[in-house]
Design a protein around this ligand. Structure first.
Ligand code: FES
Length: 254
């Protein structure tokens, strides 16, 4: 049943990377429980604009949980406490009238803050540029059954490919590690025959780029898996480590 609720927000405000940030207390009134969290922020921003104040800067694009653009830490959880949910798909029915909600940006060494809740996630793009692709010309789409792939393998590859690169795993990890993200990207290609010819080069260059960009290491905290809006499994990290060790061993023999 649709309700309206009133909330107190403690939102991180920071006009620029070099400026000092602070929490600002704002009020969100008459919020429909059918709204998403971003729609609630739109309502707050409308009021701030009418009052001649600076609206809260935040990222979004698809608002359907598929692009990876949105993201903030809500009461200590990247994308909020609901499992398998992006911020744009987090609905206000999960909050109670009178709640106080703390809203902060994703914080990590490798993510520079631009403004308020907007961070620079381009280090994740740089890791993809280092090898997260297949470089052969594939020509026209082949007949689906010409390359046999077992259902189990196809399912694992599809599960890994669900990663939207939002960076929640990095924000959740006490080491600010990007290993869940990188392992998902390495896995979805390594599991398929089309990705095997470049698997060794890909694993080496993507892991090296991740280290170069100051992301931390994995110490099996599993916070990344718990907070991932696409529920990517840390089994992918084990697969990435196997791919990396194997690639390093054979490149040392050359
Ligand atoms: S806005 Fe695209 S995933 Fe949230």
């Amino acid at each position: 049943m649709t309700r309206t609720i009133n909330l107190t927000l403690k939102v991180w405000r920071q006009p620029a990377a070099a400026a000092k940030g602070r929490f600002e207390t704002l009020h969100a009134t008459n919020i429909s429980t059918d709204m998403s969290f971003l729609e609630m922020l739109d309502v707050v921003n409308e009021q701030l604009t009418l009052d001649g104040k600076e609206p809260i800067a935040f990222d979004s694009d698809c608002r359907e949980g598929i692009c990876g653009q949105c993201g903030a830490v809500i009461n200590g959880h990247p994308h909020g406490a609901e499992k398998g949910t992006t911020l744009c798909q987090l609905h206000m029915r999960h909050f109670q009238n009178g709640d106080t909600i703390v809203v902060e940006p994703f914080r990590a060494r490798a993510f520079k803050l631009h403004k308020d809740l907007i961070i620079d996630r381009s280090p994740l793009d740089q890791i993809i540029q280092a090898g997260g692709y297949i470089s052969v010309h594939t020509g026209g789409a082949p007949e689906a059954n010409t390359i046999p792939i077992s259902e189990d393998r196809a399912e694992l590859a599809m599960d890994a490919a669900a990663c939207i690169g939002c960076g929640a795993c990095v924000a959740a990890c006490p080491n600010a590690s990007a290993m869940l993200f990188v392992s998902a990207k390495i896995s979805h290609l390594a599991l398929l025959p089309q990705g095997r010819p470049e698997a060794a080069r890909r694993a080496l260059s993507m892991v090296r780029k991740m280290d170069e960009l100051c992301f931390g290491n994995c110490s099996n905290e599993r916070e990344c898996e718990a907070e991932c809006p696409k529920e990517i499994s840390i089994a992918n990290i084990a697969r990435m480590n196997r791919e990396y060790i194997k690639a390093g061993f054979f490149s040392a023999l050359k």
